[in-house]
Design a protein around this ligand. Structure first.
Ligand SMILES: NC(=O)c1ccc[n+]([C@@H]2O[C@H](COP(=O)([O-])OP(=O)(O)OC[C@H]3O[C@@H](n4cnc5c(N)ncnc54)[C@H](OP(=O)(O)O)[C@@H]3O)[C@@H](O)[C@H]2O)c1
Length: 283
């Protein structure tokens, strides 16, 4: 890239599959730290290239063996599996930069909701991965879609990688957007519900922080019940006795929530349509 900043080598390339990441922002950080913390990737097999060196400082502090650079071409040339983790509108410029370095035997991965695989001119096979910020804690769902030219070995390798930090769901490209709303935007929506619920207890005998702790444990426990097979309606049925206080609260939620979540989904998907197919906007 044209920044003129120095290129740092922390360690020479090992013989294992080299994983390159271009753009070290929120998502790359959550994804990479999750994969390194779970031992799925070895730090010495990772090269990260990003525009601002200082943003990678916490990465090298935690994982000194990770190679960092500001040279996107170097990351592309030396990677077998290359993740493009810049924002959607930055993808065309980065693609122009790395395209000459992509080997047909490599594997390119996009993580942008706003970029279609068909918009990418790449000699290397391309997959799309929609990770979730929840990768940071080794949980959540990663959505994956492969272009036809991705071979079975590369498919398996990519899916295995993300299986170590949550569930992987392989879907058609047409189902990615609605799925993204659930799994990738979802953490922000769930966090907002937690926040507003906790705020409602403020001034009613609890501080926000106390309410947040109580509610977080309740959310984790409830999710765990649903996750082990208890349906949401059976939990509601078990808590809400007829005419009781929970039932009154549920009446309010059942009145307002269906329309609210329909609107959230509409806005998220509509935003994509509104701003065009190629660059439909980031979360
Ligand atoms: N956040 C999520 O939960 C989430 C989930 C799934 C998918 N995604 C997708 O992931 C993509 C990135 O999102 P984000 O939240 O991680 O964005 P972000 O925090 O802005 O990260 C983008 C990174 O790319 C770097 N960059 C920009 N142009 C570059 C270039 N030409 N060469 C090298 N590095 C460059 C930026 O450098 P600077 O530090 O200099 O700005 C920044 O560090 C988006 O398309 C988003 O839709 C995000």
């Amino acid at each position: 890239m044209a920044s003129g900043l120095p290129v740092f080598y922390v360690r020479p390339r090992s013989t294992a599959v080299k994983v390159g990441i271009i753009g070290y922002g929120n998502m790359a950080s959550a994804m990479l730290n999750g994969l390194l913390a779970h031992g799925t990737l070895s730090p010495s097999d990772v090269i990260v290239s990003s525009r601002t060196l200082s943003r990678m400082a916490p990465l090298v502090e935690r994982w000194p063996e990770v190679e960092i650079t500001t040279d996107n071409g170097l990351a592309a040339r030396t990677s077998d599996l290359l993740f493009i983790c810049v924002r959607s509108e930055q993808v065309p410029a980065v693609m122009n930069e790395v395209r000459p370095s992509l080997s047909p035997s490599g594997h390119l991965v996009l993580i942008n909701g706003g970029v279609s695989i068909s918009d990418i001119d790449s000699a290397a096979p391309v997959s799309k991965v929609i990770p979730s910020i929840t990768a940071e804690v080794g949980r959540g769902v990663t959505l994956v879609h492969h272009r036809d030219d991705v071979g079975p070995e590369e498919r398996g390798r990519l899916e295995d990688l993300f299986s170590s930090i949550g569930q992987v769901r392989v879907v058609d490209e047409g189902r990615l957007d609605a799925g993204t709303c659930l799994t990738s935007c979802g953490p922000a929506f769930i966090a907002t519900i937690i926040e507003h619920f906790a705020r409602s207890a403020e001034g009613r005998g609890y501080t926000y922080d106390e309410a947040l702790v109580m509610l977080t444990e309740t959310v984790l426990a409830t999710a765990s019940m649903v996750g082990t097979g208890r349906s949401p309606s059976s939990i509601c049925g078990a808590v809400a006795t007829e005419g009781g206080i929970t039932e009154k609260g549920l009446e309010v939620m059942r009145r307002d929530l269906p329309a609210l979540f329909d609107e959230v989904m509409d806005v998220v998907l509509g935003e994509h349509v509104r701003t065009g197919r190629a660059l439909r906007g980031d979360r």
